[in-house]
Ligand binder design. Structure first.
Ligand code: ATP
Ligand code: MG
Length: 426
């Protein structure tokens, strides 16, 4: 009986890892330059944390959570997103007593029970950031600037930044009521999901992918027209800063986001290249969340990027293939033992070296060196060992030179620590 993995939960194999590592490294590099520090929180939290923050009537809480009871009878949930756990930690660890402004980022797996398809999985990975403690619209613009910077840096250009404002606790209720009124007049044209949720979560109807719902809501009132003076001013300033930073954006008044905790600025990075999984990154302001979770009344804003979707967009072939600097080809047991010592010494010096562990023909070993894209192959046969020499073959131009075995370690380190070595003479 073969045990298989779980549907919608993928293995990330060595052949694809270079793209993942590149995307992660660039995130760390860029986020650090904007003053963000990494935070690592558990992948499991009390179920209540997500119900209270994300919202009881959202898709995530209604249908997508991996919730289970542990042996002590506690209801726990595999985290479906990163913001709630980070805020839980921020409050519980009283990070605000050190500094009321915190800029944090995280990387890691998230879990949602969804229908698996291209770009949508049950275990997926997010890279996210949270900036806590700043009301000023400058931070909104800076978060958006950093997001755009990231996409530029990783070479993903087929994206568009969509922004919207969802208002605040003062102005959203009236808009909600106006929207419910509008939807009531068109109930017959809505899908069964929307007919059920238009009272509890009317904004979600604007986001429904069913074509008849989209038609029925084409002329729906927008939040933008209902913003209070404060939210309106905030949104204008965000747009002004974006213009000053030369960041291109589209105001998308239908973008509502699927989590309840958002307020004011919300945004998505969308692409046309991933079919219906068109959001590669998404986020927004969550000014009431920290106090709702029992923390101080501090505002916050953040985003999360879906790494699988980034990987799909980032053609991994664009990444330079990493070549192996050196392969050791040894023939016969004594030469093999000597080569093994040399390999270990070079690896200890930080050089990437491979050899064949089984006695194979030189031809077979050269084939293996070719598979690794080796720049040099060091050949050590019985005859060379007897003469205390080695043959160093440059795989790019086929040239060979004989070197004394004693001291070859140092020579190789000098030759190969040069990032762009000139072909060996000989
Ligand atoms: P969608 O509308 O595609 O379901 P979402 O609004 O649920 O996205 P968020 O909760 O905002 O997504 O998560 C931020 C990002 O995480 C998304 O933009 C997407 O790139 C990624 N993401 C979300 N759910 C999944 C999933 N099941 N599989 C892969 N990536 C995902
Ligand atoms: Mg979703």
């Amino acid at each position: 009986m073969n045990i298989t993995g779980i549907k919608g939960m993928n293995d990330i194999l060595p052949g694809e890892i270079a793209t993942w590592q590149f995307l992660e490294q660039e995130a760390r590099r860029i986020f650090h330059s904007y003053g963000f520090s990494e935070i690592r929180v558990p992948v499991v939290e009390k179920t209540e944390l997500f119900c209270r923050s994300i919202g009881e009537t959202t898709d995530i809480v209604e249908k997508e959570m991996y919730t289970f009871t542990d042996k002590s009878g506690n209801s726990l949930t595999l985290r479906p997103e990163g913001t709630a756990p980070v805020m839980r930690s921020f409050i519980e660890q009283k990070l605000y007593t050190q500094d009321p402004v915190a800029k944090l980022y995280y990387l890691g797996p998230m879990f949602r029970y969804e229908r698996p398809q291209k770009g949508r999985y049950r275990q997926f990975h997010q890279i996210g950031v949270e900036a806590i403690g700043v009301d000023d619209p400058k931070i909104d613009a800076q978060i958006l600037a950093m997001l755009c910077h990231y996409f530029d840096a990783v070479g993903i250009h087929d994206v568009e930044l969509h922004i919207n404002s969802l208002g605040c606790r003062d102005c959203r209720p009236a808009y909600r009521q106006a929207l419910i009124g509008y939807l009531e007049d068109r109930l017959a044209s809505l899908c069964s999901d929307c007919q059920r949720r238009y009272q509890t979560n009317p904004l979600r109807v604007l986001d429904c992918k069913v074509p008849t719902c989209q038609e029925a809501t084409a002329t729906a009132p927008s939040m933008i027209e209902h913003l209070c003076a404060g939210c309106d001013e905030h949104f204008s300033q965000v747009k002004g800063y974006l213009q000053n930073l030369a960041i291109r954006y589209t105001v998308n008044t239908r973008m509502v986001r699927g989590l309840d905790y958002y307020s004011k600025t919300t945004f998505e990075m969308v692409t046309s290249s991933l079919g219906s999984q068109n959001a590669v990154a998404a986020g927004g302001r969550y000014d009431g969340l920290i106090s709702d979770l029992g923390g101080p009344a501090l505002p916050g804003i953040g985003f999360a990027m879906g790494v699988e979707r980034l990987v799909l967009m980032k053609n991994s072939k664009e990444l330079p293939v990493e070549r192996l600097p050196l392969f050791l080809a040894a023939m016969g047991q004594p030469a093999g033992d000597r080569a093994f010592l040399l390999m270990s010494a070079l690896q200890k010096q930080g050089l990437c070296v491979e050899m064949d562990y089984t006695a194979k023909s030189l031809k077979a070993q050269m084939r293996r060196a070719g598979k690794f894209g080796a720049r040099y192959v060091l050949i050590l046969g019985e005859e060379e060992l007897a003469r205390q020499v080695v043959i160093l073959r440059n795989m790019d131009d086929g040239s060979q030179q004989e070197l004394p075995l004693g001291g070859v370690e140092k020579q190789l380190l000098t030759l190969l620590s040069n990032p762009a070595p000139t072909p060996a003479a000989g």
